[in-house]
Design a protein around this ligand. Structure first.
Ligand code: ATR
Length: 284
């Protein structure tokens, strides 16, 4: 029988995960089906129970359910425990295993695909929700010179920074947190948008002047056109722009590996998705 997987979120219709996993399955000869599941905001547990009842073997979890998925998973990987957020669930009989592949996906995309070093760089992470939580420890493991977390609700950024400072291996690191206006007059080598603002076409209130000519602006979201954040970064003269397509494919490959024990080749899928993005842009 064909194994069943899904991405669960709200909204979820925009997700490219079904296309990515279909491509991975084709390329590796794995027999599986992967669908998009829209869960009501208060109905993640119910939606997952229905899915498991239909034979679901695992799922990816996206906005806004990554923190709730962490609470629902009975067993957790080490990286999900640190992140306190889950983007991948694996169902095995009654057991629910939670993992977080977002961080690995982001780091592989920045370092390997974009060829951009993180070590010794000044990094700004925007957002303090599930997406930000998932990538923070893997970013710190790359040894940036400083890491600043900015969030619309500053308390959440402070809490996240505090959580990281309490982890033994990050104790001596420069981790700061605060509201957006405090970034005025500061510059960063890498600015990562981990807010969900791009989903609704909103730009977080980033002050002007944070990008240098050699800065990388990275939006963990993706869309058919430049996201508002990447449009702002371009207007501000950031040297390199990247959306979250590469990260999406890399985190998907890691989830696929967890579920199937087979590691798909990511480069052709990233190329395919970028080509599809350009075709849509030309049609608009
Ligand atoms: P995700 O799983 O994508 O992180 P989330 O947990 O709902 O989703 O978190 C969304 C993040 O995007 C939060 O950091 C949120 O800021 P608040 O903590 O202040 O709510 C941030 N965010 C969403 N829309 C935003 C906007 N228009 N401007 C700035 N930040 C925004």
């Amino acid at each position: 029988m064909t194994d069943l997987y899904a991405v669960v979120g709200n909204p979820v219709a925009h997700s490219r995960s079904p296309a990515i996993h279909a491509e991975f399955a084709r390329a590796t000869g794995q027999d599986l089906r992967y669908e998009a599941l829209l869960a009501p905001f208060d109905g993640l547990a119910r939606t997952l129970a229905d899915f498991r009842g239909r034979g679901g073997k695992g799922c990816n979890v996206t906005v806004p359910f990554k923190l709730e998925a962490f609470r629902l998973a009975a067993q957790l990987s080490a990286r999900a425990q640190v992140a306190e957020a889950v983007n991948t669930l694996k169902f095995d009989g009654d057991a629910v295993f939670g993992d977080n592949t977002d961080g690995v996906g982001l780091i592989r995309d920045i370092r390997q695909n974009l060829g951009w070093p993180i070590e010794g760089k000044r990094v700004l992470l925007m957002g303090a929700g599930g997406a930000a939580q998932g990538v923070l420890a893997p970013l710190l493991d790359e040894h940036p010179a400083t890491l600043v977390i900015a969030n619309r609700t500053p308390r959440k950024a402070e809490e996240l920074a505090g959580h990281m400072r309490r982890i033994e291996r990050f104790r001596s690191r420069l981790i700061n947190a605060g509201p957006y206006p405090e970034l005025k007059g500061k510059q960063f080598d890498i600015v990562i948008n981990a807010t969900s603002g791009s989903l609704s076409g909103e730009l977080p209130p980033l002050p002007r002047g944070v990008f240098a000519a050699e800065s990388l602006a990275y939006d963990m979201m993706y869309g058919q056109a430049l996201t508002p954040f990447l449009g702002f970064a371009q207007a501000e003269g950031a040297g390199r722009l990247a959306d979250g397509i590469g990260m999406l494919v890399e985190q998907a490959a890691e989830s696929f590996f967890l579920w199937r024990g087979v590691r798909p080749d990511t480069a052709p899928v990233i190329t395919l998705l970028k080509m599809q993005q350009e075709t849509v842009n030309h049609k608009q």
